[in-house]
Design a protein around this ligand. Structure first.
Ligand SMILES: Nc1ncnc2c1ncn2[C@@H]1O[C@H](COP(=O)(O)OP(=O)(O)O)[C@@H](O)[C@H]1O
Ligand SMILES: [Mg+2]
Length: 398
């Protein structure tokens, strides 16, 4: 036996133990995280686009439950659930009209570490705070997004709970409802993933000469399954694996919009260019095979922009020159708040209080709102509706 090789098992075991310890700290017993974020009345009013008075009046006349009692002279604030109820009572829901097509956004790039899972997770929680109904589909067997949602892909997720039974060569499921899990967010659901989802890729390779027809069947199936599920949501976010395989291709085909995250670094720029040219070829091949892919929008977003690093500014200028308006103007800033939240298996939107200084937290949150709001605007545009006028604006204009 090779003693050095044996170390690999020991390292894996030590790592597993640590993950389990982190998980116990971060998660409830049934592996559902608790959501403890609260919104003050001013923040709630701003999110709803109404005055605090309108909320107070509805609380006084019984349309809304009474305001939470004060604790130590301060109100604890509203939960996400209460905020959603407020939206529906006060007619401030941003949900799409029944005939609007739900956005099915693939957050894709063939490079790992560009921020796909971070962007997916923060987008989901951003949309949730804004009052949309969100479904997140973790299509990556590395399952970072599943982890960020508080599930341990090793311990809590079985292969039967992932996309596997639906996409397998011997499918045991005919629709995707079985895989939808509730999360700590009342308006965000998740289809989780784990390492075993990768078997889908092996199976296709093993299918040999039948591979082509199996592939085409998978494409149709994922697209149909997701389109059926999407009827219950406003936004579906897909986090595909960082490689060109069966699942990635199926995801690209099932999506109706594409968001490409990348850092403002030369390696990310180069691999993104490669990704785009590969996509171009693949889409042409799909079209030849009679499989049409149609996107409402394609945008690139800088996912970890460091404003203090001159090289980032240089690469960003290159990105602007190359991609023009397809590059979203507001980048997501690199922030310790994001990486520290990830360590707790959370998004910044789930933090009850800042991890770093209040200033760092506030800046990070404001930047995320602005950067992710760009995606919200694109989604709403494809619904053919403009943002409803805010009560404040009407009052101010009068
Ligand atoms: N804006 C950001 N600020 C700080 N860290 C970030 C930011 N975006 C991503 N990260 C970190 O970068 C790493 C890779 O991100 P991840 O979303 O897992 O990439 P991918 O899904 O593309 O592989 C993670 O450790 C994540 O916490
Ligand atoms: Mg990822």
């Amino acid at each position: 036996m090779n003693a050095v090789i044996d170390q690999i098992g020991d390292l894996a075991e030590a790592g597993e133990k640590m993950i389990e310890r982190l998980r116990r700290k971060a998660f409830l017993p049934e592996s559902r995280k608790e959501l403890n974020v609260r919104f003050g009345i001013a923040e709630a009013a701003q999110l709803l686009g109404c005055s605090t008075n309108r909320i107070r009046m509805a609380e006084d006349d019984g349309r809304l439950p009474p305001a939470p009692p004060t604790e130590n002279g301060r109100r604890p604030g509203y939960t996400v659930e209460e905020l959603l109820n407020m939206r529906s009572v006060l007619g401030a829901s941003p949900e799409r009209a029944p005939l609007d097509i739900p956005a099915i956004v693939a957050v894709q790039n063939f490079k790992g570490g560009v921020g796909k899972s971070t962007v997916t997770c923060h987008l989901a929680h951003y949309f949730a705070v804004q009052g949309y109904r969100v479904l997140v589909v973790d299509c990556d067997s590395q399952a970072t997004t599943t982890t960020l949602f508080g599930f341990n892909p090793h311990f809590n997720i079985q292969r039967e709970e992932t996309l596997y039974p639906y996409l397998s060569i011997d499918p045991t499921q005919t629709d995707l409802l079985y895989a939808v899990k509730h999360t700590a967010w009342p308006n965000v659901d998740l289809i989780p993933s784990n390492l075993e989802l990768f078997d889908v890729e092996y199976e296709l390779a093993a299918a040999g000469s039948d591979g082509g027809s199996v592939l085409a069947a998978r494409f149709r199936k994922l697209k149909k399954g997701l389109a059926d599920l999407a009827r219950n949501y406003d936004i579906v976010l897909l986090d595909p694996p960082p490689a060109l395989g069966t699942i990635s291709l199926a995801v690209m085909q099932a999506a109706n919009a594409l968001l490409v995250p990348l850092a403002a670094t030369t390696p990310d720029f180069c691999s993104t260019v490669q990704f785009l040219s590969m996509m171009d070829q693949v889409l042409a091949q799909l079209r030849q095979a009679g499989i049409d892919v149609d996107y409402q929008f394609i945008r690139l977003i800088c996912s970890k922009y460091d404003a203090n690093d001159p090289s980032h500014a240089m690469v960003r200028a290159i990105l602007e020159q190359s991609f023009g308006p397809a590059l979203l103007p507001v980048p997501i800033l690199e922030s310790a708040e994001i990486s520290h939240a990830a360590l707790r298996m959370m998004s910044v939107y789930e933090l009850e209080r800042p991890i770093g200084t209040p200033r760092t937290h506030k800046r990070c949150r404001a930047n995320l709102d602005e950067a992710l709001g760009q995606v919200e605007a694109l989604v709403r545009q494809s619904w053919g509706r403009v943002t409803p006028a805010r009560e404040e604006d009407i009052v101010n204009a009068a």
